[in-house]
Design a protein around this ligand. Structure first.
Ligand SMILES: Cc1ncc(COP(=O)(O)O)c(C=O)c1O
Length: 501
């Protein structure tokens, strides 16, 4: 990227600022234009180096003659607010500070806080403050939720993107079906029936932008404010945000070696409206829900008239046995909403996932989804459908299963070598992470913060709990760390733990 491109960024070509002129006003047109540009530069709405539309473009947009625009630009150039670059156009002067120039009380409008509180919705206030924790800032050992991005079949994927971009039909530019592209829904149906024992037809599949949107749409369809929902404890923290902003009451339910403890959940809150579970590979402990718990859960849902949201986020990868069949496939009462994602099997920025909607609820899901974002974006859906159809998807899954199995073995061996039996290890049978529990007296967050300063990405376990009683440990992702890197990363883990104790 050249210096000039960096300075002008995406504004190359000069976007017109919001600017209205009043022909009947006493103030001359050139002065009105000058005042708007000057005020926007001072307020920081137009930044140093940003391109300004040409006088011809602006005059045409404002439907006035070019003369007042030329006069206003001449004044702004003379005063140093604008600079002209030969052959490139007019820009906000790059010698100005690249942040708002203090105005009046020295506070820019974007940071102004009024003395009177401004009321916003309770559901927005209920969410915790958004911040990226230090351990989320990197990739490699032991970042969680990151697939082996270096092993992604970029060539096949980018060839398909290029082909589809070149041959995009005009019809693909319109709003699409709120359920998503037919071809992709058929491809997903075939995959789910065969590989995950999900009972579904294409008309039940809704394409969404990942599990997070799937959970949001489902909560809006199924849950009223005040509804109680069972959640696995420890569990997936992002589902909490959805339910909290939906005004639901969270009921943390302990997870043991068989998964969510259904009997304990019934004791805690029999009348819950829904249960959120990841039965194939519980997050974060990695437990697979036993057959008897699955049947108990379905039985409870049937009797209570409740819903089960099944999050099947990474169960494609199992190392010592065949992938376990879905909970949805066992349900004969249409009580399970099955959610899947391509974030782990392909890559997370793709933002594509799906919901398998129980028969009879499809129309309500469509109504809610349509009110939220109308329909999914077209291009990546079409590319993904073809990627699956041409066999790249299943090939990639097979390759990744072998790769992750090797990385997982190296991690388990390295932990054993460095720590012996002093660290309890959980959940390495599937997925792309395992959990180690820390001996008493160690604080997982404190260690994680210090490790992040040394570029070691340890995800603490304790934030996965809702209740105060939390175990300390680490969720160790091995998806995006090579087998050569892992032993050294485990040695570094040992050294940060030692300096803490
Ligand atoms: C339990 C669980 N579900 C779902 C996801 C994926 O979410 P998304 O599809 O929104 O990327 C993750 C990601 O880490 C997860 O841990």
């Amino acid at each position: 990227m050249t210096t000039r491109q960096r300075v002008t960024g995406q504004f190359r070509g000069g976007i017109s600022p919001l600017l209205a002129v009043d022909r009947k006003a006493a103030k001359p047109l050139h002065r009105q234009i000058y005042d708007v540009f000057r005020a926007k530069i001072v307020a920081g709405d137009l930044r140093a180096g940003q391109q300004i539309p040409s006088t011809r473009e602006l005059a045409s947009e404002l439907r006035i003659s070019r003369i007042p625009v030329l006069n206003a630009y001449a004044q702004l150039l003379a005063e140093g607010y604008f600079e002209a670059r030969v052959g490139a156009g007019t820009f906000v002067s790059s010698s100005l500070p690249d942040r708002p120039i203090a105005c009046g009380n020295g506070v820019s409008p974007a940071t102004h806080t009024s003395a009177r509180p401004r009321r916003i919705a309770a559901r927005a206030m209920a969410l915790p403050h958004y911040e990226r924790s230090p351990w989320m800032n990197g990739s490699g050992a032991f970042s969680v939720g990151q697939p082996a991005l270096d092993a992604f079949p970029f060539r096949a994927w980018s060839n398909l993107i290029a082909r589809y971009s070149r041959s995009l039909q005009v019809s693909a530019l319109h709003y699409g079906n709120p359920m998503g592209l037919e071809d992709l829904r058929e491809a997903i149906t075939g995959y789910l029936r065969t590989a995950r024992a999900v009972r579904c037809e294409p008309h039940q599949i809704m394409i969404v932008s990942g599990s997070q949107q799937a959970l949001d749409v489902s909560a809006r369809v199924l849950l009223d404010p005040g509804a109680s929902v069972w959640l696995e404890e420890p569990g997936y923290w992002l589902v909490r945000d959805i339910l909290t902003s939906a005004g639901c009451r969270l009921v943390p339910v302990p997870v043991d070696a068989e998964g969510l403890d259904v009997a304990a959940a019934i004791k805690l809150c029999r009348k819950a409206r829904a249960a959120y579970v990841a039965p194939s590979h519980q997050y974060p402990l990695g437990v697979t829900m036993s057959a008897s718990r699955r049947l108990q859960l379905i039985d409870w849902a049937r009797r209570a008239g409740a819903w089960i949201v099944e999050d099947d986020y990474d169960s494609e990868y199992r190392y010592q046995s065949m992938p376990v069949a879905s909970l949805q496939g066992l349900d004969h009462h249409s009580r399970v909403i099955y959610i899947g994602t391509f974030s782990k099997v392909l890559f997370p920025s793709l933002r594509l996932g799906y919901i398998v909607i129980p028969p009879g609820l499809v129309e309500r899901f469509i109504a809610v989804r349509h009110s939220m974002d109308i329909c999914p974006s077209h291009l990546h859906q079409a590319v993904l459908a073809e990627f699956i159809r041409q066999g790249h998807f299943s090939r990639h899954l097979r390759r990744m299963r072998l790769l992750y199995s090797e990385r997982r073995n190296v991690l388990a061996d390295s932990i054993r070598e460095e720590f012996g039996s002093s660290l309890e290890v959980f959940g390495g049978e599937a997925g792309m992470h395992m959990v180690v529990m820390l001996p008493d007296g160690l604080d997982d967050k404190e260690i994680a913060v210090r490790a992040a300063q040394k570029n070691l990405w340890l995800w603490p376990l304790s934030p996965s709990y809702i209740a105060k009683d939390r175990r300390q440990g680490f969720i160790l992702g091995f998806g995006n760390a090579t087998s050569a890197e892992i032993p050294e990363a485990v040695r570094r883990l040992k050294s940060v733990m030692r300096s803490q104790s």
